[in-house]
Design a protein around this ligand. Sequence first.
Ligand SMILES: NC(=O)C1=CN([C@@H]2O[C@H](COP(=O)(O)OP(=O)(O)OC[C@H]3O[C@@H](n4cnc5c(N)ncnc54)[C@H](OP(=O)(O)O)[C@@H]3O)[C@@H](O)[C@H]2O)C=CC1
Ligand SMILES: O=C(CO)[C@H](O)[C@H](O)COP(=O)(O)O
Length: 647
Amino acid sequence: MIIIVTGVSGSGKTTIGSLLSKRTRLPFFDADDFHPSSNIEKMTQGIPLTDHDRAPWLENLANHILEWEKEGGAILACSALRENYRQTLQVSQNIHWIHLYGEKGILEERLNNRKDHYMNPGLLDSQLATWEEPEYGLHLNVAGTPEELGSSIIKYLKNFDMKSKIGIIGMGVMGKSLALNFISNTIGTSVYNRTVQGKEEKIASTFAEENLDLNLRGYDDLGEFLQSLESPKKILLMIPAGSAIDQQLDQLSGFLEKGDIVIDGGNSFYEDSNRRVSEMQEKGIHYLAMGVSGGEEGALKGPSLMPGGNKEAFEQVEDYLKSIAAKDKNGNACMTYVGPEGSGHFIKMVHNSIEYGEMQAIAEVVHLLRFGLRLNPSEISRIMRNWLNDGLQSYLLEITADILAVKEGEEYLLDLILDAAGQKGTGGWSLITALNHHVPYSPLAEAVTARQLSSQKTKRSELSKLFNHSFRAFGEDKVILMERVKNAYMLCRIINHETGYSLMKEVSDKYSWNLNFSEISRIWTNGCIIRSGLMEELVEVYQETDSLLRHKKFISKVKELKKDLTYIIGLGLSHDFALPVFSASANYLLGRIIENSSANLIQAQRDYFGAHTYQRKNDASGAFYHTDWQKAKEQSNPNSQNKPPSS
Ligand SMILES: NC(=O)C1=CN([C@@H]2O[C@H](COP(=O)(O)OP(=O)(O)OC[C@H]3O[C@@H](n4cnc5c(N)ncnc54)[C@H](OP(=O)(O)O)[C@@H]3O)[C@@H](O)[C@H]2O)C=CC1
Ligand SMILES: O=C(CO)[C@H](O)[C@H](O)COP(=O)(O)O
């Protein structure tokens, strides 16, 4: 789009043009800057320009307009006093004219106040005489404030039948932020929100009014919203997972045409997305299941995006997604095509599961430092800030350090927050998925269980009194313990990630999704909630291995940190601290690295009571055996029956 702001000297073309440039994010050019020096010389001396003088200048501008159009548009301030000047500039259908006019007195006053401009105020009369009133475009009296004029222009331009590149359904926390992100990247965006009479009314149109921008259009009617989208339509759903998505797809189905693209950017369960991708494909509609992470701020400034599903559809929205995504340390978008079906939602689910594990591990650290080492939240905040610069950089630790420092009057806000954690599903779904796919998941499963236990506040309060529970402080050197807690957390974090990635590996293999774990780590290095220094390391590590526990660097790290994790767990448990994720991560690690486990006894018990059979270490064929255990017992030691063991 090219916007040309016309008017005589002093009408405010530059002010309005610059303001429009901010609102539309199109570059601003002042036609005066394109005059040849001979013209400038004449104007400085107060000599009016002739048409002969203006001709090369206008031709030059016309050529620039064609270039600017190719580059995505521009705003030009140009007096363009005569119709034939304007016709010279009219080199595209895509030009919008804004004509500024005003009382001679106002114009004179402005010109007299103007400094550092070569235009001689004495030329105003000649300009007014030259001005030929156009019969098209928007005519605006410059008596209004620049803000008022700017808003009128945006409203006027929005009336043109410009189709939006993308439409967003759901103007909640995420939908609004993503819409602002799209428009800040000059991607024309239409937004829609359902109407719930008396409760949710005019949400989308009000949002568009409040964020007046040429690239943003708000609709309260679904049909009008869909009409406003260019074809094939690209619609991003930012609404709750579950039945809301199916209902919304039902409502959309009558309006969609073959080739249109629906993107579910919410936290949908990946098996639902698997189903929706194929159901929509049968109707000829492309469906992308896209994980989005970064919360409200990430969505606004750059989220991590995890699109999966129809590859062809992905390619049609790839550039838009790249534009709004966070950037990694090399400047590449934290966005990649994840894989087919619901793979994008699957990895987002695992991302959230790791998020749960990390949040719980940090919560355990804070409890240990606060009640075991008797440090106050401000002190813990400072310790965490040091850790951030000492090998533990992470967004979640960073926000924890912030949270711990917040006070309301004399009290820490944290102490005023009810200790009952919510959850919307992704953590639990990961656990169910791990169970279904036989993937050990205890560290992250414990984070889900911890939230469940936390939500039983009343029951906990009752039992706490019955058991006289209280945390007991550690009587050891604080400085040494702080270091050991830090090391314990560092290892717990490694194991949390290993657990999540092992689930991704298993499911990727089962579905033949061919997930690229290095690339997944890369798009999680920025924008998302679990971005961290560790994640940066994983980008390279997963180029070499599919398990952290097999990587040389991590083998030595785990060996070095293990004793501190097990020590802190022992210390904490014996002082009545609940350390579900810390403990589970140590058990998980030991479970993974013990060669001769206790499961031989489990097999024997199963065979004893249920004839479930077992395999033998001394039979490599893998054959299954059953033992008559009563008989075997008698045969093993016929003389010792029913006798107590000798002392
Ligand atoms: N918040 C976050 O940090 C993140 C959230 N997500 C996911 O993004 C999605 C949106 O989250 P968020 O923006 O936080 O949620 P909000 O609750 O803030 O907004 C939900 C939006 O969905 C609309 N909505 C609710 N029910 C329906 C329905 N049945 N049909 C149509 N529209 C409906 C709401 O409209 P109304 O105003 O009328 O109720 C609202 O616009 C969810 O899946 C969430 O899990 C993903 C990453 C991060
Ligand atoms: O996806 C997210 C971040 O990545 C959302 O914030 C999600 O809603 C958090 O999950 P829960 O509400 O279960 O804690």
